[in-house]
Design a protein around this ligand. Sequence first.
Ligand code: NIG
Ligand code: FE
Length: 421
Amino acid sequence: MNTATLVVGIAELVQPAAKEGDGRSPIEVTRDAALLFAGGIIIAAGPRATVAAHPRAHRAAALDVGGRAVVPGLVDSHTHVLFAGDRIDELARRTRGETYESIARAGGGIARSAAAVRDASVEALVDATLPRIDSMISRGTTTVEAKSGYGLSPEAELKQLRAISALAALRPVDVIATALAHAIPPEFETERQRYVSLFCTEVLEVAAREALARYCDVFVASIAFTPDEARTIAAAARALGLGLRLHVDQLADDGGAALAAELGALAADHLEHTGAAGRTRLAESRVIATLLPGCALFQADALWPDGRALRAAGCEVAVATDCNPGSSMLTDLTLCASVAATRCGLSLEEALWAVTCGGARALGLLDRGRLVPGEIADFVVVDAADWRALLYWPGDSRIWGVFKRGDRIFSGDRRTDEDDA
Ligand code: NIG
Ligand code: FE
């Protein structure tokens, strides 16, 4: 039997609730707690005395976290982290008044990143992405979704998916891959239907056959795919056993939330422009509503998504970084949680739920996000006794350690000479 580890010295243990939105607190905080795990799986978690009395605790190795708070490992459920090059000049153009949409229509945006991806090898894509993954880990992320979508040809989309799977083997985080229909390549503008078919047969079929993706995503917008095109792609994904997630209502309220409900998407992401009718449809259909507040932080002309209204409508709300070179150049999920609280109307407790259990639910993962027995031992030790310090320092890290399946994969000890004296 694996030696167990007993984590002691936990000032606050934060356990997100399984379900959200029925008036209960989104998280439960136990003071003076302990956590017991073995083989990367949680055996017991809760009050110190109760956990210490567990039979497996007796011969366990002790890990003393010194009076700090412990929260679940963070789950970033929406990213475009694998890309090549940058789009710094587009940031500069936006500060001078151009919009994301006008830059895209003038040949910038996704097409720019696609050109860079097409010229890069799998190895170069992986090398460019590893520092971003390392940065995510240092901010507490232990599971990350990664999309294709900068290929814009079947070969390059598959190259991106292969690079994502190579990346997954190089770092201890779990990487969940999604094949994204992101834009119609300019050369297909007059025969859009042909690209939609190619995407279904030459990207999705191969991705499903070779297990290169678990999900399919479609960017539904005036500069990307129409609702009907999304319906075609969603039907192909469903037939192949791929789950569905959608980018909707990012640039306008164009019925994307209702479409996500109609298509039974697991998650509907962005939602900056979603109105009351869309919010109701998401709630009725139990689609996870994912806020990507990095977009409004990064782009002056983007709206903050209304997390408060989505919760009031009855939605479960997740928060993700949307890490990408054009609309949200961010790797820090704690920063996104922090601004989801200050700008999107979530409480700190709701924001923490959104980046732990919410992210896990948005990826269909039931084995993480709550720190309960049977789950994998992914957790973050906050460098403070109060767990809220994690969200109190936007852009700065208050993380002492990040643990993946019980192994410490990041150490951020801020101990000073004074502490040592
Ligand atoms: O989620 N909206 C579409 N996709 C990304 C942006 C991608 C890009 O600009 O490169 C997003 O914001
Ligand atoms: Fe996105």
